[in-house]
Every structure is written in structure tokens, then in C-alpha cells.
Design a binder for this molecule. Structure first.
Ligand SMILES: Cc1ncc(COP(=O)(O)O)c(C=O)c1O
Length: 475
């Protein structure tokens, strides 16, 4: 046998066995893995199995490439896939020391906290845990303990806004304003109270001439505070820009009114930066666009771009001081732990992630490319009447789909699902509201990694154009 024949046979054999291995993996996945947010029938039909990624491109087990404009599906991979520098930093830390509980000091945790706080004037303490939900749970526990220690247990209620999402655990879900996400998971934790959303495109107020929409929407929070009794409300939690609830930007004047109201009634302002934090909106943090000063900021996802599971609850010194042991109250300090808040690889990855963002100027790039993306989406809006609104900040944008631009009624879920599916078939991954609201899952979202180039943005736009064309002509 010639050597070339031998090589050919070997290659055929290897490919064959490779296919068998992949088929088996898919089979095992269907049999054993229970997928997030996915109905069984969809999983049974077969899900893509992603196997490698670099930059914004991700590849599945069949070798198909996708441009990922969803940052790992859920706004995570801010610095993109395949960052060896982050893996190396984690490797170096893990081979030196992998873990010790955060009740003791750690080198990467200390270094990252210091660097992070440089970006957050007015805040001074970092509390580590592993997920966005958990970071919010810590904030809720702080509020409840402050109420117990300093207000006789009375100032314990936590307000949240319709359409915002704060996580999957029962307390975080109790603070979530999304009907379908909550459905069938009650009863919920007492003491969480909803107030109306601020989505100006789906306006819900008749405005008097002297009032802006933003001020009117923020006053809806004050109305709820007054109804509940200001001395019973300890905190309000808000996303700076609502993410999963539909990429909702606060209208002009909204945040100033929210901040004023919180100060007036001594209510702590918790800012959920789990999605917006670490550059996503073209600033280190979403709240920094709006000239406000939160008391507690939570973050996860982009903190280590998905290379490690890490989240932070960051507070002012005043909040920290309220939760210290005092004479006669030995239980008076924050007695909370998150085991994996002691994983040393998390802050090591977060530190490398932050250094990449700084060195490569990704915050500026995010702003510039975000503007390019929005400008392109405006053109698509002019072309397809089904696009009622496009909006966003930085590389965090949404498209609201309506049956017609005047009455703004949401399209059926199937249309939103259909456009996202067409994009996927054309090699583009985007996000969408996914069984979040009753009859209003009509928003597509895009959040490519902050490294996106002009060419990436143009490719996203041209695939979206094609997907809209196919969907609206029913091809
Ligand atoms: C704004 C916001 N907060 C909190 C969370 C919960 O984060 P995790 O899924 O890491 O618990 C999410 C998740 O998508 C989120 O979008």
C-alpha cells in the first residue's frame, strides 16, 4: 500500500470515529442533561453543541461557525472567546493556591477589589460570591439585617420594578417583575413589592405639560413607597438599563427622581449591574451614565467574561459600617458566607479581564461600535414596519417587534422566535425575551463582545436584514 493510501484510510477512519464520538455525545446530552430555559421537546430535537471559540466566533460540533452577538447567550463574554491570558492567570493561581474560604484574606481577591473600586468612586467594599442571583441575595440580606439592627425590623421591604430581572433563586425571583419567569414558582418571599416599569415606548401615563415621562415614571415608585409606608421600605433594587425585560433605557430625568426619592425616605439604592457592569454599555458601569450614587452595586457575568464563576456585591463604607459587631450585639456583623466566594481563580480571572479591557481600550470601542450598530438598526427600522423601536447603549441593544408601529401591539412570540432562529441558521447568534412576560416576548437583543470591529457589526446587520426579509416575506 502506498503511504498516501494509508494516510487516506487513516483519515477516513479517524473522521468516522470522530463522527461516532460526536453522535454519542449528542445522544448522551439528550439522555442526561437537563438544559436551562429549554422545553424538553426542543432539547429532544437536538441542540447545537458548541465546542470552541475565538474572539466573537464560536464553532459547533458539526464545524458550523457562528458570529456570536449574544456574548455567550446571556451577556457574559465581554472580552471574547479564547483569551489565553485569562486562562494563564487562572492556571498560575490554581497551581499556587486554588481555594481558601473568603473568611481569610487572599491575594487575587485583594488585588481585584482594589482595582475594581478605582472604577467606582464612592464605594469601598467588595463581597465575593458566584452568581448574579447570589450577589443580589447578599444585598437583600444586608438590607434585612440593617433593618433588624437599626430600625427594629420595620424597614425591611424591598421594592423592585416591573420588567426587571434579578435572578433565579426564590428571593431574587421574588424581586423580579416578569410574570412568566415567576409563574408556578410561588409562594414568594414576603416583603418584596413591585412598582411600575419606565418603558416610555409602551407609555402607561397621560402626561401633564409640566412633567417629563421620566419624572412621571419615577414618581410611580414614590406612590408605592407612600402606600406601603416609607418607614417600612429599606431598599429599592433596579437595573440601570433593564436587560432581559427588553433593553429598556430610563427616560430623561428618571434616575434623578429615583435618587431624590431614595434620599428623602432613607431608602438604600441597590443597582443590579449583573448585565450592564464591566463595560457592556460603554462605561464601566451602567449607573455611571446617569450621575447617580448607589449604596450597593451587584455584578457578575462580565466580571470575568465567563472564564470563572464570580460575582461581587459592592457597598459604600456607610453600609459596611452599619453591619459591624457592637458591644452587646455579637451577632451584629454580616454573618454570611458563600463557599465558592473563596475560589482564587475567580478574582485572578477578573483581574486579567479588567486589564484586557483597559489595555485594549474596550470601553471606548464598545461606545463607538454601539453607535454603529444602532445607526444600522435605525436603517432596518425604516425598512421593516415590524420593527417598532430600536434602542440601546454601547454594545447592548434591543429591537422591539410590533404588529404595527402606531398601535405598538407586540408581535406573537413565534415571530420573535422565528427571527432569532433564522439568524441562527444564517450563522448569527442573538438573544430574545424568552418566556418572560405574558404576551409581550417581542424583543430581540444583541450584545457582541466589546472587541467587535466595524466588519463584525456590518456582518451582524447584514444577517439581521436577511432574517427580517425572510421572516416578513414568509420564505
Ligand atoms: C440583571 C440580572 N440580574 C441578575 C441575574 C442573575 O444572574 P445569575 O444567572 O448569574 O444568577 C441576571 C441573569 O441574567 C440578570 O440579567
Amino acid at each position: 500500500m502506498h503511504i498516501w493510501q494509508f494516510c487516506l484510510e487513516l483519515e477516513t477512519l479517524m473522521n468516522q470515529s470522530m463522527h461516532e464520538v460526536i453522535d454519542q455525545l449528542h445522544q448522551d446530552d439528550k439522555t442526561h442533561v437537563w438544559h436551562h430555559l429549554t422545553p424538553g421537546a426542543a432539547a429532544e430535537a437536538g441542540l447545537p453543541m458548541f465546542v470552541e471559540g475565538e474572539g466573537l466566533v464560536i464553532r459547533d460540533s458539526q464545524g458550523k461557525e457562528y458570529l456570536d452577538a449574544s456574548a455567550g447567550g446571556v451577556w457574559v463574554t465581554n472580552v471574547g472567546y479564547g483569551r489565553k491570558e485569562i486562562a494563564d492567570a487562572m492556571h498560575a493561581q490554581l497551581t499556587k493556591l486554588n481555594f481558601f474560604a473568603s473568611s481569610m484574606a487572599g491575594v487575587p481577591a485583594t488585588k481585584f477589589a482594589k482595582r475594581l473600586l478605582e472604577k467606582m468612586p464612592g464605594l469601598s467594599r467588595v463581597y465575593y460570591s458566584n452568581s448574579g442571583s447570589e450577589a443580589n441575595e447578599k444585598a437583600f440580606k444586608m438590607v434585612r439585617q440593617i433593618s433588624a439592627k437599626h430600625h427594629g425590623g420595620k424597614k425591611s421591604k424591598i421594592l423592585y420594578r416591573e420588567r426587571d430581572y434579578h435572578g433565579t433563586t426564590i428571593a431574587a425571583l421574588s424581586a423580579t417583575g416578569q410574570t412568566q419567569r415567576r409563574a408556578q414558582y410561588g409562594p414568594f418571599v414576603p416583603g418584596f413589592v413591585e412598582f411600575p416599569h419606565c418603558h416610555e415606548y409602551q407609555s402607561q401615563y397621560e402626561l401633564s405639560e409640566d412633567k417629563s415621562y421620566g419624572v412621571r415614571a419615577a414618581q410611580a415608585m414614590e406612590e408605592v413607597i407612600l402606600k406601603e409606608g416609607p418607614d417600612t421600605v429599606g431598599a429599592v433594587i433596579l437595573e440601570p438599563i433593564t436587560a432581559g425585560g427588553g433593553v429598556i433605557l430610563p427616560p430623561e430625568g428618571y434616575w434623578q427622581e429615583i435618587q431624590r426619592t431614595c434620599k428623602k425616605y432613607e431608602i438604600l439604592l441597590i443597582m443590579d449591574e449583573v448585565v450592564c457592569g464591566i463595560g457592556r454599555t460603554g462605561n464601566w458601569f451602567g449607573y455611571q451614565h446617569f450621575d447617580i450614587q448607589p449604596d450597593i452595586v451587584t455584578m457578575a457575568k462580565g466580571v470575568a467574561s465567563g472564564y470563572a464563576a464570580i460575582s461581587c456585591t459592592v457597598t459604600t463604607e456607610a453600609v459596611f459600617d452599619l453591619l459591624q459587631e457592637e458591644a452587646g450585639d455579637e451577632l451584629g456583623y454580616f454573618r454570611d458566607i458563600s463557599t465558592y466566594g473563596g475560589c482564587q481563580a475567580g478574582p485572578a480571572a477578573a483581574l486579567a479581564n479588567l486589564e484586557i479591557i483597559e489595555r485594549e481600550g474596550l470601553i471606548d470601542n464598545c461606545r463607538i461600535q454601539g453607535e454603529r450598530l444602532l445607526a444600522g438598526l435605525e436603517k432596518l427600522k425604516a425598512k421593516y414596519p415590524i420593527i417598532g423601536d430600536v434602542r440601546g447603549k454601547g454594545l447592548f441593544v434591543g429591537i422591539e417587534l410590533v404588529t404595527d408601529p402606531v398601535n405598538k401591539a407586540p408581535v406573537a412570540d413565534a415571530i420573535t422566535v422565528g427571527i432569532a432562529a433564522r439568524c441562527k441558521a444564517l450563522g448569527l447568534l442573538i438573544g430574545r425575551t424568552n418566556r418572560s412576560f405574558t404576551a409581550a416576548n417581542n424583543i430581540l437583543n444583541m450584545s457582541p463582545a466589546l472587541i467587535a470591529t466595524d466588519a463584525d457589526i456590518d456582518k451582524i446587520l447584514s444577517i439581521l436584514d436577511k432574517a427580517f426579509e425572510l421572516e416578513t416575506t414568509n420564505e
